[in-house]
Design a protein around this ligand. Structure first.
Ligand code: SF4
Length: 171
C-alpha cells in the first residue's frame, strides 16, 4: 500500500492558526503532493486539532501547563484541546496512516518540545495534546523540521523524513 500520512493542516497552507495565519512548509507541501500523486487524495489526511475541538480562528493563544491547557488570559481550554485531539485520532485511524507530521512546538501538535506554559517563548520537553494522544495510539509522530524534501529520494518518500529510523513506516 502506498505511504499515507497525517499532517497538520497549517503546514499545508490552511489558515487555521491561532493568529488566523498558516505555516506552509515547502517540504511538507511537496511530500503531500507526491503522496497524493501516488496514492490519491486519501494518501494525505490533514488535521487541525484545535479547529476540530471547536475553537475559532483566530483564537487566543494557549499553552500546555502541566496536565491542563491554558489561554494567555488564564482561561482553561483543556476540554476543547482534548476533544480536538480525540477527533484527530479518529481521523488518523480512519486514514490508514501510521505516520503523523505535526507542527513543531504547538500545544496541540508539538512533539518532543513545546512552549512551557508561561507565554515567554521558552521551550521544554513535552508533547502537545494531540501529538501525545496519537503517540499513545501507536502513531509515529514527528515535526516538520524533520521533513527535508530532496529530489534524489523522490521514489522513496519516507527517506525524506530525516532522523529516519522511520523506514519501518514505509510499507
Ligand atoms: Fe496547526 Fe496544529 Fe495549531 Fe492547527 S492545532 S493550527 S494544525 S499547529
Amino acid at each position: 500500500m502506498p505511504l499515507r500520512i497525517v499532517i497538520s493542516d497549517c503546514l499545508l497552507g490552511a489558515a487555521c492558526r491561532y493568529d488566523g495565519g498558516s505555516k506552509p512548509h515547502l517540504g511538507c507541501l511537496r511530500l503531500a503532493r507526491r503522496l497524493r500523486a501516488q496514492g490519491g487524495e486519501q494518501a494525505v489526511a490533514p488535521i487541525c486539532p484545535e479547529m476540530l475541538g471547536g475553537l475559532p480562528c483566530p483564537r487566543t493563544p494557549a499553552e500546555v501547563r502541566g496536565d491542563r491547557v491554558v489561554r494567555s488570559d488564564g482561561v482553561d481550554v483543556t476540554r476543547a484541546y482534548t476533544d480536538g485531539a480525540a477527533r484527530s485520532v479518529d481521523i488518523a485511524k480512519a486514514s490508514g496512516a501510521r505516520l503523523a507530521i505535526l507542527k513543531a512546538r504547538s500545544p496541540s501538535c508539538g512533539s518532543g518540545a513545546i512552549y512551557d506554559g508561561t507565554f515567554s517563548g521558552r521551550v521544554v520537553p513535552g508533547d502537545g495534546v494531540a501529538a501525545q494522544m496519537l503517540k499513545r495510539e501507536g502513531f509515529t509522530v514527528v515535526d516538520e523540521e524533520l521533513v527535508k524534501y530532496c529530489e534524489p529520494s523522490f521514489e522513496h518518500p519516507v527517506a525524506i523524513v530525516l532522523g529516519s529510523g522511520l523506514g519501518a513506516v514505509a510499507d
